[in-house]
Design a protein around this ligand. Structure first.
Ligand code: NAI
Length: 285
């Protein structure tokens, strides 16, 4: 999709990857509405983009559905129409599955998956209504394609995002809305400070609090990709309407191993032709 003169609504756009995407879009001539829970980061992000005519900010907790609709209203009031949804807000919720309590699951799934769902429910009808077409990017992760240990909650949300994106691809394509699942590897960002965003009501039944506080001290590695480089990759993916936007070729052998083991588990039995026909019908429609 062409982005020049179009408007993107970017959740979690005030730091890290979301800000990198915002920067790439602004450079390409798009308007951006940055929605983020961190009020102070919004002001800094706006200043660093230095393109006030193309930038609007709105404070938003993506788990708050009423506030999401109000934020979309604000975006439309400023720029007229929303063409792109970048569902990017996310938090790092990491730890052993044995320690995961309900507040950990609810917070992790609520922001990382629920935030993307709320974006789709709020903004897809608005894109459809103006009829000019659009583009959705859902921020998953490499761990949505290749889950690693100590990331059950995070990987569950990220894998679900890929499922949503793949399932929606054909339906949305039919009404001129593209959709991409963005699956980055390690990127420099503030994600290790996610713990400071955990709401009080998600601190009651948790096994992860101490781990989050330790994580906050972890510096970004210089080997991690820069958010601006990643933003340019997302822009290219938006332009090409790529189904998957990946960043790190180093994960290829792991993904190959994963899919090889899935294929190795396919029953080695003759196909039932009638059943095959029915299955192909489902896949084609
Ligand atoms: P970040 O912490 O730098 O940026 C995330 C932004 O989302 C922050 O500005 C934060 O304030 C905002 N946010 C968090 N909870 C929110 C909520 N409830 N409502 C609205 N805004 C909220 O982290 P990063 O790394 O840039 O993360 C962006 C996305 O990329 C996330 O979905 C993350 O899971 C994903 N990702 C990050 C990777 C990395 O290595 N940094 C790798 C793979 C995926």
């Amino acid at each position: 999709a062409d982005v020049t003169g179009k408007t993107a609504f970017i959740t979690g756009g005030a730091n890290g990857i979301g800000l990198g995407i915002a920067r790439a879009l602004v450079k390409a001539g798009a308007n951006v509405v940055i929605a983020d829970i961190r009020e102070s980061s919004l002001a800094e992000a706006k200043a660093s983009l230095a393109a006030d005519a193309q930038v609007e900010t709105v404070q938003l907790d993506v788990t708050d559905r009423a506030a999401f609709a109000a934020a979309a209203d604000k975006a439309e009031a400023r720029f007229g129409k929303i063409h792109m949804l970048i569902g990017n807000a996310g938090i790092g919720v990491m730890g052993p599955i044995m320690d995961a309590r309900y507040d950990d699951w609810d917070w992790g799934m609520g922001v990382n998956l629920g935030g993307v769902i709320n974006g789709l429910v709020t903004i897809l009808p608005r894109i459809k209504a103006h009829g000019e077409g659009g583009q959705v990017v859902t921020t998953s992760s490499q761990s949505g394609l290749l889950p690693i240990s100590y990331s059950a909650i995070y990987s569950a949300a990220k894998a679900a995002i890929i499922g949503i994106t793949e399932a929606a691809r054909g339906e949305l394509g039919a009404i001129n809305i593209g959709i991409s699942a963005f699956c980055p590897g390690p990127v420099q960002s503030n994600i290790s400070a996610s713990g400071e965003l955990r709401p009080e009501d998600k601190k009651q039944d948790t096994g992860y609090l101490q781990r989050e506080q330790e994580l906050e001290k972890r510096p970004n590695s210089p080997l991690w990709m820069s958010a601006d480089e990643v933003g340019e990759r997302v822009l290219a993916g938006i332009r090409a309407n790529d189904l998957y936007i990946l960043t790190h070729p180093e994960f290829a052998p792991g993904m190959q191993r994963r899919f090889d083991s899935i294929m190795a588990s396919v029953p080695d039995e003759p196909h039932n032709d009638a059943r095959a026909k029915e299955i192909f019908f489902l896949l084609d429609n």
